[in-house]
Ligand binder design. Structure first.
Ligand code: MSP
Length: 634
């Protein structure tokens, strides 16, 4: 039997579920339902990622021990997915014993293969992204290039994975397997990253405890596994890798569905680990874009994070699912606004889908006592049926490539054929003209088109599709899929059942908006800031009084800068490649004076010096003529 293995990322337990988590999970759920509908043996995995420094810190800040805390948040994810009727086959937690064994086995296999060696790691670490960065990658010598938060300098014993040894093999894989990473644009980003050169990867940490210990065979209890190695192995341990391997027949994964921010881990580290483990590589790693709200990035501080439960309660879960999968092309960023959601509900769902069902039931009640017979459909409407069958046959390749928006567009084309046929053939006039068989054939045509579309809509809107099927007197399952879609058959004789309108019109926004949107969408996309925001940043003139190179760093200089204050500032600046320390003494520079002090390479930095960089290099921004120390830049 054909098998499919579909995964979501496992979610960090430092945050409650938001629209981004719901999006990935709903795409994966729809795909799993699609393959089950086709009769494939499908395994759908989701779960929570519970180890690492970020979770440890989140737990401690709430006065909880990490496991206690992980239990609470993991249960929140699980209960939301249950409420959302997410059809996962297994919910993994990285604190599960089976998972720990799987992760330790993976480490052992890679170690025995010679792909892991011991050394010392020195570099920057972003706890929020759980990612290591080199000096060169940082923004302003200290900020994480991915999330912009301050990184910490880490110097500790570490085991390394020989990622560099897999660079060519990875490039070969990308070349040979066209759709190993989708969409194409994202694949190109991965290839470019790998082409820049891969460094070996630190895969253990010693400065905290909250992680999986190394396998006992290594007798090295100081280390815990790097959380990304731990997390990625979940895709194997969930199938029993390292314990009871009975579900390993589902490997390799058919689809790892991930957000674009974590593609590097899935598209580079994960296949390299798998090569080291001598396991086949996933068929598709599919990266989706990010959701914004009313054109703005969501963040807890703005209070504009979309809570999926709230949306589902206000607008209906299935409508929300439809919106998420219809609104954005896979891979692109999407914007959540109540207006857009309401438009989809009233127009696509209400006018085109719900009304079609009502009209079919109304006409069949009036003309045939709710009896439906497809006998004359091909006699009068072969053309319409053929067109619909062809569309539905082709539509399936879209969902198989995750282009759910195109998939739904195709299904809606079939609804349009039905709606247009009713308008064109005017069955009410046929009845008046005494052509009842033609009128009934038209009703049956519309019912068949709706039924076929409903079968393929069922992975996206399972309950709605079932309601349509109930009303039209059939059941949605693999057998029906085979008959109506694969073999292109028509509905058997049935009796239709009147039903409540599926999509009552939504007249006004049903959730209180977190922030009034003042800018038109295009404007807000440009992310203008107010003058107050600019003035919140104090930029002052300062004179450099001392400058010296920092040992072990080819980027950084340690500067003393006089801003006319009681004490000079120590500023660590990444300008070493462009300026000899001696030439800087006495020069005036622009300093961001109210920046939160940060530690860079263990040294306190009390401000930031402004520079400009282009292809010719980097230059300091200096006043045209000497200005008083501390003069404010406006
Ligand atoms: N724990 C890791 C994944 C490990 S998988 C082996 C992780 N977790 S996460 O909870 O931070 O993020 C999970 C997913 O949510 C990611 O795929 C991420 O892209 C997605 N999203 C987070 N915010 C998002 C939006 N605003 N929009 C869409 N998806 C976003 O990363």
């Amino acid at each position: 039997m054909n098998k499919r293995y579909i995964t979501t990322p496992i979610y960090y337990v430092n945050d409650i579920p938001h629209i981004g988590h719901a999006y990935t999970t709903i795409i994966a759920d729809s795909l799993a339902r699609f393959y089950r509908l086709k009769g494939y043996d499908t395994f759908f995995l989701t779960g929570t990622d519970e180890h690492g420094q970020k979770i440890e810190q989140a737990a401690l800040s709430r006065g909880k021990n990490p496991k206690e805390y992980a239990d609470i948040v993991s249960a929140k994810f699980r209960s939301l997915w249950d409420e959302f009727d997410i059809s996962y086959d297994y919910f993994i937690r990285t604190t599960d014993e089976n998972h720990k064994k799987g992760a330790q086995k993976a480490f052992e296999v890679m170690f025995e293969k010679g792909d892991i060696y011991k050394g010392e790691y020195e570099g920057h670490y972003c706890v929020s992204c759980e990612t290591f960065f080199t000096d060169m990658q940082l923004i302003n010598a200290e900020l994480c290039p991915d999330c912009g938060r301050t990184t910490t300098l880490v110097k500790e014993d570490s085991y390394f994975f020989r990622l560099s040894a897999y660079q060519d093999k990875l490039l070969k894989w990308y070349e040979e397997v066209d759709d190993c990473v989708i969409p194409k644009a994202k694949k190109n980003e991965v290839i470019n990253f790998v082409k820049q050169g891969l460094r070996d990867l630190s895969i253990t940490r010693t400065s905290f405890d909250w992680g999986i210990k190394l396998p006992s065979s290594l007798s090295d209890s100081k280390h815990v596994l790097y959380v990304w190695l731990d997390a990625l192995v979940n895709y194997l341990s969930a199938l029993g890798y390292g314990t009871d391997e009975k579900n390993m027949s589902f490997w390799p994964a058919s689809f790892h569905i991930v957000g674009k921010d974590i593609l590097r881990f899935h598209g580079i580290y994960w296949p390299a680990f798998l090569m080291s483990l001598n396991l086949p590589l996933p068929k598709h790693i599919a990266a989706h874009g990010w959701w914004t709200r009313n054109g703005e990035k969501m963040s807890k501080s703005k209070g504009n994070v979309v809570n999926p439960r709230e949306v589902a309660e206000a607008y209906g879960l299935e409508n929300f699912r439809y919106f998420l999968l219809r609104e954005v092309p896979f891979g692109q960023d999407g914007d959540f606004s109540q207006k857009a959601l309401i438009d989809r509900i009233n127009s696509d769902l209400g006018n085109e889908l719900g009304n079609l069902l009502n009209r079919i039931i109304g006409m069949s009640g009036k003309y045939a006592d709710f009896k439906l017979d497809s006998a004359d459909v091909l006699k009068y409407h072969q053309k319409e049926i053929d067109a619909a069958d062809t569309i539905l046959e082709g539509a399936q390749s879209y969902i198989e490539e995750l282009y759910t928006n195109k998939y739904l567009e195709e299904l809606w084309k079939v609804l349009t054929i039905a709606n247009q046929s009713i308008a064109l053939y005017e069955p009410w006039n046929k009845i008046k003209e005494g052509k009842k068989d033609e009128a009934l054939a038209l009703v049956a045509l519309s019912a068949n088109l709706l039924a076929k579309a409903a079968v393929l809509l069922s992975p996206i809107m399972p309950k709605t599709a079932d309601k349509i099927a109930n009303a039209l007197g059939f059941k949605i399952d693999t057998d029906t899929y085979n008959r109506l879609i694969l073999k292109k058959e028509l509905l058997k004789k049935t009796i239709l059942t009147p039903t409540e309108p599926l999509f009552p019109r939504v007249e006004k926004e049903l959730m209180s908006s977190p922030e009034p949107v003042t800018q038109p969408k295009e404007e807000s996309k440009k992310e203008f800031i107010s003058i107050d925001k600019f003035f919140a940043c104090e930029i002052k003139i300062g004179t450099i009084t001392k400058a010296e190179a920092i040992e072990k760093s080819d980027r950084l200089l340690k500067l003393s800068v006089d801003l006319g204050e009681a004490k000079e500032r120590q500023i660590i600046s990444g300008i070493r490649a462009y300026y000899e320390p001696a030439v800087l003494i006495g020069t005036q520079v622009c300093v961001v004076a109210n920046l939160k002090p940060a530690k860079i390479m263990g040294l306190e930095s009390e401000g930031m010096i402004l520079t400009a960089e282009d292809k010719d290099g980097l230059s300091l921004i200096r006043p045209e003529n000497t200005k008083a120390k501390g003069a404010l830049i406006k």
